[in-house]
Design a protein around this ligand. Structure first.
Ligand code: GAL
Length: 360
């Protein structure tokens, strides 16, 4: 009997040791789960749905309790959702900001409660409450788009003049500074020397902005530009900073009769490789997009969460670029990839990002 009790005790001890080790590696605390808040800007764009779901899945697999919210592109909603996460005892909050400059107060109160913040994809401005930033190399996104237009039009060889327009993102998204900046560092010289002619005259980030990255806004602006400046002229290329803007521009162009063999679509860029846009690339309506693998971004952010919870430093690869008005936020930048008709299968289907059926 004594022997049996002895064995039973050893078994119980071993089981509880294994139990402890698992919880420790997972979240760095005892059996109580650590809560992580994930605040996404909107459900209206494909990418943020994917980002949110990926984050939730990866964090839950690691043993965290996840509070995931989407804010319908309304800053007030995002603020109250973050306030809720604070109340619910989140230890880390991951935020993809709608307006990067509007979260200072709410993040200050998070910081007072000892909560750490990770900026997801978009930098959060004017606060020292943000510990890390994970994103794609945003400057490179713009550069890839600019170089594509440069190459397709043969601008380096002196070709032109070509009619060209710009449609970028909202002024409150810090990424746009880099998207626009990276593209214009390639293209501005051709505007200056006359190889690219912007008939609308709308070349600044402010003039070319699209509020909320909204497809209808992009379409309405391009409708106006086409009516006012292109009744007798053909447009050759439009720099579109992302896929939703690109779709809006495509609708405007189609209403103006583009997309036929007589009047083919101009060169059109994009970003995100959204399903509707990959279909447009396959159909020949959009020329290219920039693929940002949101699975890799979510993995990176989950690693940052682990580091914070375990009291360690997270891995970063940029400690210079992302000054938010108060501090340079240590960042991890992932590489964006060029995608077009020639490589979408390999990049998007073979990697398991989409199934062939989704793109039909
Ligand atoms: C940007 C983001 C892009 C794009 C856009 C619209 O901040 O980096 O990938 O999705 O917002 O949501």
């Amino acid at each position: 009997m004594k022997r049996f009790i002895g064995i039973a005790l050893v078994v119980v001890m071993v089981i509880s040791m294994v139990g402890c080790t698992t919880t420790e590696t997972d979240t760095g605390t005892d059996s109580k789960k650590v809560t992580v808040g994930v605040s996404m800007p909107t459900k209206s764009l494909q990418r943020w749905n994917q980002d949110g779901e990926n984050m939730k899945k990866i964090l839950e697999e690691k043993g965290y309790e996840v509070e995931l919210e989407f804010a319908e592109n309304k800053t007030e909603s995002q603020i109250s959702q973050i306030e809720n996460m604070i109340t619910k005892g989140a230890e880390v909050i991951v935020v993809a900001a709608i307006d990067g400059s509007a979260l200072t107060n709410v993040l200050d109160s998070a910081k007072k409660d000892g909560i750490e913040i990770i900026a997801y994809d978009r930098l959060i401005m004017n606060t020292d409450a943000v510990s890390y930033y994970a994103t794609f190399d945003n400057y490179n996104v713009g550069k890839i788009q600019g170089e594509y237009i440069e190459e397709k039009l043969g601008l380096k060889d002196g070709n032109g003049p070509f009619n060209f327009e710009i449609a970028t993102g909202p002024l409150d998204d810090n990424n746009v500074v880099f998207f626009y900046g990276g593209a214009m560092d390639v293209l501005q010289k051709y505007i200056d020397n006359g190889q690219l002619v912007v008939r609308s005259g709308q070349t600044t980030r402010e003039q070319a902005a699209t509020p909320n990255w909204d497809e209808q806004e992009a379409q309405a602006r391009m409708d106006n530009i086409l009516t006012a400046h292109y009744t007798d002229e053909r447009i050759d290329a439009v720099l579109c900073s992302n896929d939703s803007v690109s779709l809006g521009v495509q609708s405007a162009l189609k209403s103006a009769g583009y997309g036929t063999s007589d009047k083919p679509m101009p060169i059109l860029t994009g970003q995100d490789a959204n399903i509707a846009n990959v279909k447009a690339i396959i159909a020949g309506d959009q020329s290219m997009s920039v693929f940002k693998d949101t699975r890799a971004l979510a993995e990176k952010v989950a690693e940052m969460v682990d580091a914070i919870v375990n009291g360690e430093e997270a891995e970063v690869n940029d400690t210079e670029t992302y000054f938010n008005g108060v501090k340079v936020v240590p960042a991890y930048l992932l590489e964006p990839k060029f995608v077009d008709k020639t490589n979408y299968k390999e990049l998007l289907i073979d990697s398991g990002y989409y199934t062939e059926d989704q793109l039909r």
